[in-house]
Design a protein around this ligand. Structure first.
Ligand code: SF4
Ligand code: SF4
Length: 367
């Protein structure tokens, strides 16, 4: 028996080594696969836990329609997009851009597939525009539900928003054959105990995907003691793996953890339908609301490598993204048992490049 176990372990390790080698080769070639566009920082909600609030940003410096068209045309004409998968639009609230449909038409003319993360207000008020979005190549919409009705409405500071979101999800699911609907829940100390009840709602809704994102200590959530501790992480992981097993056994919602970091070889593959790696700057490019050129829309602005208003995006992608592609291991990583496999989450670094939080360490507490 022991021999079989040893053999399984040996082959598993070989597979991991193979995976890491392939990933390293891919990152070295850095094919652009995903673009994230932070369309605006304006928002018509003031959620208490927002990671990208509109405060402390200069809303006047938002890119104009002409600048947006010019930037994306430059990407289309300048960068090799043979491996391109999709562009995802985030905010702020993307639908507050009056030119959003015009820009979507541009993306469609490029043959791009688009996904949009929205608070749902615009589509709830204008559901007749959903087919128009589909015609413009939108293949995915993401909405948020943060817990039970009362808690969600409180976090969103908008009475009735939970019901509105639920109704909108139902409407979007009518287009299931061409539109992928994701519900995201930011998990914090406030709502972790209500996940089982929320699951019942999500299961009734039958959205395609339920993405759980542990809260980040940034934006309006900063220093509010909402972050998950080790016990919370353990609960969350056992909850997610249990729901994922359900998916394997029957038609059920795809429950998964979001793009937050490396959880260790024992868990990777079981908590998401893929093994996580940080693609920021390696296969992913971010264009920020003010033209900042980033590696991913979620990383600290201290890492911006230029601006579409003055820099050539191809040059930046080719010549200024080395810090994202070859990330030196940090002190905390040197004695980490996972250091050869973890690709270091870029958005977990503070403005000085220090690791703010490591989910694997949270879980093991250095054990
Ligand atoms: S920076 Fe964060 S959100 Fe972006 S790809 Fe890396 S882990 Fe994912
Ligand atoms: S300590 Fe470093 S190498 Fe280890 S999991 Fe955390 S970020 Fe990755």
């Amino acid at each position: 028996m022991k021999k079989i176990e040893q053999e399984i372990k040996f082959h598993k390790e070989k597979l991991w080594a193979y995976w890491r080698k392939n990933l390293g080769e891919k990152f070295a070639k850095h094919p652009l696969e995903i673009i994230q566009w932070e369309a605006t920082r304006r928002c018509d909600l003031q959620c208490k836990h927002c990671g990208s609030p509109r405060e402390n940003v200069n809303l006047q410096s938002e890119l104009s329609t002409k600048e947006v068209i010019s930037a994306f045309t430059q990407i289309k004409n300048g960068i090799d997009l043979s491996g391109f998968k999709f562009i995802t639009i985030t905010g702020g609230e993307p639908f507050l851009r009056a030119d959003l449909f015009k820009v979507l038409a541009l993306f469609k003319s490029f043959g791009w597939i688009t996904t949009i993360q929205t608070n749902g207000n615009f589509l709830a008020q204008n559901p007749e525009r959903i087919p128009e979005l589909l015609n413009l190549g939108v293949a995915g919409i993401g909405l948020d539900l943060d817990g039970a009705e009362e808690l969600h409405d409180d976090l969103r500071c908008r009475l009735g928003h939970w019901r509105q979101t639920r109704e909108l999800v139902k409407k979007l699911l009518k287009y299931s054959d061409v539109l992928h609907t994701t519900v995201t829940t930011v998990v914090s100390k406030q709502n972790i105990s209500s996940l089982p009840n929320l699951w019942k709602e999500i299961e009734i809704l039958d959205s395609h995907r339920w993405r759980l994102l542990p809260i980040e200590n940034i934006g309006r959530a900063k220093n509010k003691n909402l972050a998950l501790d080790r016990a919370d992480y353990l609960n969350l992981l056992s909850f997610v793996t249990e729901k994922r097993l359900l998916k394997l056994n029957e038609q059920s919602v795809q429950t998964e953890l979001g793009c937050v970091g490396w959880f260790g070889k024992n868990l990777e593959g079981a908590i998401r339908p893929y093994v996580w790696s940080c693609i920021a700057g390696r296969t992913c490019l971010g264009i920020m609301y003010d033209g900042g050129i980033s590696a991913c829309a979620h990383i600290d602005r201290a890492f911006l490598q230029g601006n579409v208003r003055k820099d050539n995006i191809y040059d930046v992608w080719e010549n200024s993204f080395e810090i994202f592609r070859d990330r030196p291991k940090q002190k905390i990583c040197l004695c980490c048992p996972e250091k050869d496999f973890c690709t270091l989450s870029m958005h977990k670094l503070d403005a000085f490049g220090r690791i703010r939080e490591c989910v694997f360490n949270n879980l093991t507490e250095g054990r």
